[in-house]
Design a protein around this ligand. Structure first.
Ligand code: SF4
Length: 338
């Protein structure tokens, strides 16, 4: 669980001074056993920083990370960190860089098993390695044990990475764009593997992606991030079919959808594509609502004051002034033309 977590980085600004990058601001998020939450947003939205905060690669600047209700990194720090790092495993985007190229599959898994179980008999360790490979559908295991990473396809490597994560019997998996570097043909298999892990092992999974279609396929809930902040959250079908924030609407309308029977004219919704502009700088983010420079619904108050959270139902909310001023229905009046 992340509670009001922020992460700021100091960087050199090129003229001898330090600037502060506000990569994540005020994020609260809870993962539950057997459920998958997607965090969606474009590059620079802060979603990878959020994954790394949850994996404890970074210490939050403010806020708190908890595991099963207990804060991490405060009391009895070393022990608590160790427990946390076993319980929460991060799967990276790049399966090519995640495995030591000098080590065979067997060695990569044995090291993780030793970390978790300590000393084991050779037979028990072999059985554990084989069962992990079978769990991620690398069968027969004997075909993979003695392979080096470069002898595997991208999908096979990512399966080994997941097997290695499972070796420490985690409770939470954080997937940072885990399918985006894989062949399109095997992405669905990988999503189905993640789905089976949540169903059969009861893992809590955070799925970070810029691809709303895969989030719709895999996840229960969706959180939308923009410029380091969460802007909307809710059950996936609600968020996708009834977005309550203009940025979510942009993401959904821009995503290919075989179920939609009209072609979406993005310009009709958000004006000329050139006017969409770039994501804002996180060194000097826009005042008020950070989306206001790109938002066709922006009002004067959007430029000066952060929008309040409109809670629409339990677990369903959006941070947008349109709700406060009674204009939310305008979100659904934008034309969709062929
Ligand atoms: Fe647009 Fe204003 Fe809503 Fe921000 S608060 S998304 S600028 S309408």
């Amino acid at each position: 669980e992340a509670i009001d977590v922020s992460k700021h980085f100091s960087v050199a600004n090129g003229i001898g001074d330090a600037a502060v990058v506000r990569a994540v601001e005020g994020v609260s998020l809870r993962l539950l056993p057997g459920r998958i939450v997607a965090v969606v947003g474009e590059s620079g939205s802060g979603k990878t920083t959020l994954a790394r905060l949850l994996a404890r690669f970074y210490e939050p600047t403010t806020g708190e990370i908890r595991l099963a209700g207990a804060p991490v990194g405060r009391t009895r720090r070393a022990r608590s960190e160790k427990t946390y790092r076993k319980a929460v495993q991060l799967i990276f985007q790049d399966p090519f860089g995640s495995l030591n190229p000098l080590h065979r599959v067997r060695h990569n898994l044995e090291r993780a098993i030793a970390l978790h179980h300590g000393r084991m008999s050779r037979q028990a360790r072999d059985e554990r390695v084989a069962s992990l490979l079978e769990r991620v559908s690398l069968v027969p295991a004997s075909d993979y044990l003695d392979k080096f990473p470069h002898e595997l396809s991208g999908g096979q490597r990512q399966r080994v990475v997941i097997a290695r994560a499972l070796a420490v019997e985690p409770r939470v998996l954080l997937g940072d764009e885990p399918i985006s570097m894989l062949d399109v043909s095997i992405r669905l298999e990988m999503l189905n593997l993640l789905d089976s892990l949540r169903r059969e092992e009861g893992l809590a999974i955070l799925y970070i992606t810029h691809d709303i279609a895969s989030a719709r396929y895999l996840c229960d809930d969706i959180v939308v991030m923009y410029a380091g902040q969460m802007v909307e959250a809710g059950p996936k079908d609600e968020v996708i079919s009834n977005p309550q924030h203009p940025y979510t609407k942009l993401l959904v309308e821009s995503s290919p959808d075989p179920h939609r029977d009209v072609a979406v004219d993005r310009e009709a919704i958000f004006g000329d594509a050139d006017e969409l502009g770039e994501p804002p700088s996180l060194i000097d983010p826009p005042t008020g609502c950070r989306f206001h420079p790109r938002c066709p619904f922006a009002m004067e108050r959007c430029r000066t004051t952060e929008p309040p959270r409109a809670v629409l139902a339990e677990g369903r909310w959006a941070d947008c002034w349109l709700h406060e001023v009674g204009r939310a229905e305008e979100l659904h009046e934008a034309p969709m033309t062929e």
